[in-house]
Design a protein around this ligand. Sequence first.
Ligand code: B1M
Length: 212
Amino acid sequence: MPSVTALTEAVAAGKRNDALRLTQELLAAGIPPQVIVETGLVPGMSIVGERFRKNEIFVPEMLIAARAMKESLKLLEPLLVAAGIRPKYTAIIGTAQGDLHDIGKNLVAMMWRGANFNVIDLGTNVSAERYVAAAREHQAHLVGISALLTTTMPAMKEAVLALKAAGLTGTKVVIGGAPVTQDFADEIGADGFAADAGTAVSLARRLVGEAA
Ligand code: B1M
């Protein structure tokens, strides 16, 4: 009998062929796709996030793990869609207006997907109005804003203020990026700050009311 724990370990180690094979075996053994995602893939990416946060692994290992997760998801996604199963939480993410840096933002998006969030990526140079419109349209539980330039931190503030002024009571705002700090998050009224992609996952889970 294949084990979901083996799948978790394959994802965490970035072994994509093993991840694919184990997913096939689990499906053949009758394990529902949602159970494979929740008990196999998500814990695998949680391990990756935690190791990254502790500087035990770096960006390349994280990308390799994500690739293993994607191999497995390729098999699972059509089955989940056919069964009408969608992730419980939706997150919007983008880089602040005027800012074209997207490597960190993409890592956070990838890790949120690994935590089974439905992530809508607005890309870079995102205006306050676009964050608000997307949060409203998708009834987002989270909006994530990334900034890498000190000169785009005011745009981040503008976006947070606009999201708060829009009265989207079910939407929490998370900010991050190299020049951003917890003090800045407190100052502009963001609901949370994460220093890295691993922490962004535990923060997101906490903010939507799931155990971190
Ligand atoms: Co730019 N750049 N850059 N750059 N660039 C920096 C950021 C800079 C620090 C370099 C330097 O001067 N030492 C500097 C900013 C100085 C400052 O404002 N304090 C700088 C500058 C000045 C500029 C330009 C103005 C240069 C110019 O044209 N004169 C220009 C601006 C363009 C613009 O945005 N309008 C510019 C352009 C570029 C490139 C296009 C060439 C390229 C970006 C390519 C791309 O992103 N697709 C680039 C790059 C690559 C960098 C450096 C070298 C690397 C950034 C990066 O990707 N880091 C950077 C110097 C450096 O950091 N060493 C630099 C890796 C990434 C994984 O880390 O993004 O911090 P990071 O993400 C982390 C965390 O911050 C966190 O999690 C991630 C993973 O742990 N995180 C979040 C990020 N977003 C988060 C969101 C969250 C939570 C956590 O919640 C939503």
